[in-house]
Design a protein around this ligand. Structure first.
Ligand SMILES: Cc1ncc(COP(=O)(O)O)c(C=O)c1O
Length: 443
């Protein structure tokens, strides 16, 4: 569309009325239609997020309803009840946030920390470092514990730090997307923190619903998630779950909160009081509703199993073709896989090749010599995994790396066939098998 041929508004209205003339007189010229910008065939999003969304989520995201009407009230009730299942806590206070995962991080940190409070931040990379940065900006007395590259944190190390620093709040990430490390000892860490009267905030942005996180049983005080990763919803609407202990701390805090949008007690007006805080991102909440409904329908045990098998199959395929994974099994995150770049291959040229030639998007890194492939939500479907693996292997071959794509492909195929079989078996399991918190009634 070309606006240049349009008559200028001043020409139509006359230029004598100076007070009514526009400072920027004409709309920008040569604005392209969205259809000219977006590719005809969308890229398959196999990077570190956002991830592909199911049709039901996409459809819900196209609907706008009254943010305070009866329908929205019903949707919000169901979102909270499904979120209680997904967070595995029937007592957690669930608040939605109109904003990215980072806004949810900021809501948790800002509401639970007061100026000068000591805060222990376990840093395994970029996002756990962001929690420390947020705490510092809030005026907390921050102790950063930087974990060795490619390693998760041990509970004993955290226990020693708790004894030494006696913090009021501890922040930690379950899955560090940037370094592809997974902190697996959360339950022991929470147990130690509780003995010191310290609240624990866990960032589960990339892991929630992809691997176990037992908020209540482990004693986590705030869990953060975004929409666009494990949940396979859209970016921009996120969730925070506060434990009863954390909520008491919020209600009894002494210092005023400088944030208004992220004030959990104001947000509570909407999420539990059916009244106005700000205009809720209705379409995004509807999308989240559908994403959570699909998680509940699948059930957590089956979903965890699907993620574990899919990611393991992809990891075996990658190794079988001669590539190296960045992190050893013991510390490795399954939700986002870090793959070491072969000699003489640049991440940027590899990513460009996979997207231009194969219409598959993978991610670069935050400094490490790796590329990353996501295994979150819809990314863990066999057809997507095959396509991503083929794109990676064939692009590397084309760029001159030595990779045995056929061997990798057959290993992947064998492992995924086992996945299909084991999924058929686990689908016959009782719903919520080995989980304490049963499915909400979402019929
Ligand atoms: C572990 C983790 N935490 C937090 C974030 C921040 O989420 P957002 O980019 O939606 O603000 C991300 C995003 O990649 C993440 O992977």
């Amino acid at each position: 569309m070309d606006y240049q041929n349009h008559q200028s508004p001043t020409a139509i209205m006359g230029s004598t009325d100076k007070g009514r003339s526009l400072r920027v007189e004409c709309p920008p010229s040569a604005i392209r239609m969205l259809s000219d910008i977006l590719p005809d065939e969308p890229l398959l999003m196999m990077g570190a997020g956002p991830v592909p969304i199911p049709a039901a989520v996409a459809h819900a995201n196209s609907i706008v309803i009254n943010h305070l009407g009866d329908a929205m009230v019903a949707v919000v009730e169901q979102v909270k009840s499904m979120a209680n299942y997904v967070f595995q806590s029937d007592t957690a206070r669930i608040l939605g946030v109109a904003g990215p995962g980072s806004a949810a991080m900021e809501m948790a940190v800002a509401n639970l920390l007061e100026p000068d409070d000591k805060c222990l931040c376990i840093c395994n990379g970029y996002f756990s470092g962001r929690l420390a940065e947020m705490a510092t900006r809030l005026g907390a007395d921050v102790v950063r514990h930087t974990v060795a590259e490619r390693e998760s944190v041990a509970a004993e190390a955290v226990t020693r730090l708790l004894e030494k620093h006696n913090p009021k709040v501890l922040t930690i990430v379950q899955g560090e997307t940037s370094s592809t490390v997974c902190n697996r000892q959360l339950s022991l860490i929470c147990e130690a923190a509780r003995k010191h009267g310290c609240l624990v905030i866990v960032d589960a942005v990339c892991t929630l619903s992809t691997m176990p996180l037992q908020m209540e049983d482990w004693g986590v005080d705030a869990v953060i998630t975004g929409g666009q990763k494990g949940l396979s919803s859209i970016p921009g609407v996120s969730l925070v779950a506060f434990s009863e202990r954390a909520w008491t701390k919020r209600r009894t805090r002494k210092a005023d909160l400088s944030h208004w949008c992220l004030d959990a007690q104001l947000a509570d007006r909407f999420w539990y009081g059916k009244s106005y805080h700000y205009t809720a991102p209705v379409s995004g909440v509807l999308a989240l509703h559908e994403a959570l409904r699909l998680v509940c329908q699948e059930t957590l045990p089956v979903r965890f199993h699907r993620h574990k098998r899919s990611s393991s199959a992809l990891q075996s395929g990658i190794e079988a073709c001669g590539l190296k994974l960045y992190v050893d099994t013991e510390h490795r995150l399954d939700s986002v896989i870090g793959i070491c770049l072969p000699d003489n291959i640049e991440a940027a040229e590899l990513m460009k090749y996979t997207s231009d030639r194969y219409r598959v998007e993978i991610s670069g890194s935050f400094g490490a010599p790796i590329v990353r492939i996501g295994q979150m939500g819809e990314q863990c479907r066999s057809h997507n995994v095959f396509r991503a693996f083929h794109a990676l292997g064939s692009s590397l071959s084309a760029l001159g790396a030595k990779v045995d794509v056929p061997t990798g492909m057959s290993t992947l195929e064998r492992s995924l066939a086992e996945l299909e079989q084991s999924l058929a078996v686990s689908a016959q399991l009782e719903p919520a098998d080995d989980l304490d918190h049963q499915l909400p009634h979402t019929a």
